[in-house]
Design a protein around this ligand. Structure first.
Ligand SMILES: Cc1cc2nc3c(=O)[nH]c(=O)nc-3n(C[C@H](O)[C@H](O)[C@H](O)COP(=O)(O)O)c2cc1C
Length: 197
């Protein structure tokens, strides 16, 4: 049987290891207060010029928009995300306007900044007892049209947030994958000095 490979080799913050992306959610509702706290965490991410290019469109499972949002995911993601508590589309503004600029210009870091916001959102969700699962298995074209997303905003990903359920609710093939994953070694991703292969 597979085991959880997440043991800290350093003094990394335990919350970071607790965050992972399950697919077995219990279909419970999320409170306004919890959702606000999760978006508040995202809001405190750093961004170039503090421009805060992230935007979040969301639908709670008990809302009128839920089935519309769910229908924008690819079928595989729909099959498990239908038991999440909230579905979110994370966007980023591809244009930036500095305090002295008269016109917006292309942003170098809109995705980097939105990624930081997503990471904080996911950690806050974890702290509150939820799990957040990112998805790019989305129908991007239909999402833009259906949710009235202006051209200047990039659709980065969708996010399902929910309370974890027993993996036995999943089809067998997915049960086998329902486990925190491992990572590359630090020395494979962080180089002192020049880039090294
Ligand atoms: C941007 C992004 C897109 C992803 N797309 C999908 C997806 O479409 N479907 C899915 O089941 N998981 C998706 N994932 C989940 C990743 O597979 C998962 O985060 C990765 O395997 C690491 O596992 P962990 O999050 O449990 O640590 C996505 C994650 C991210 C961050």
């Amino acid at each position: 049987m597979a085991t959880n490979p997440r043991t800290a080799g350093t003094s990394v913050e335990p919350l970071i290891l607790e965050r992972w992306s399950p697919r077995a959610f219990d279909g419970s509702a999320i409170s306004d207060a919890d959702l606000d706290t999760i978006f508040d965490a995202a809001r405190w991410a750093p961004s170039a010029f503090n421009f805060q290019p992230w935007r979040f469109l969301y639908a709670r499972r008990d809302s009128a928009s839920w089935s519309r949002f769910l229908g924008l995911l690819l079928p595989f993601n729909q099959s498990w995300a239908e038991r999440a508590s909230v579905l979110i589309f994370a966007l980023s503004d591809t244009l930036i306007q500095g305090p002295t600029a008269t016109e917006p210009s292309p942003s170098h870091s809109h995705s980097f900044d939105a990624g930081a916001a997503w990471a904080l959102l996911a950690l806050q969700a974890t702290r509150l007892g939820y799990h957040a699962h990112g998805m790019t298995g989305i129908d991007f074209e239909r999402t833009r049209a259906e949710l009235d997303i202006p051209d200047r905003f990039r659709i980065e990903a969708a996010i399902a947030i929910g309370r974890i359920a027993d993996k036995s609710i999943l089809p067998e093939a997915l049960q086998a994958r329902e486990l925190p994953s491992d990572r590359k070694k630090i020395t494979d991703v962080a180089f002192e000095g020049n880039f090294s292969r």
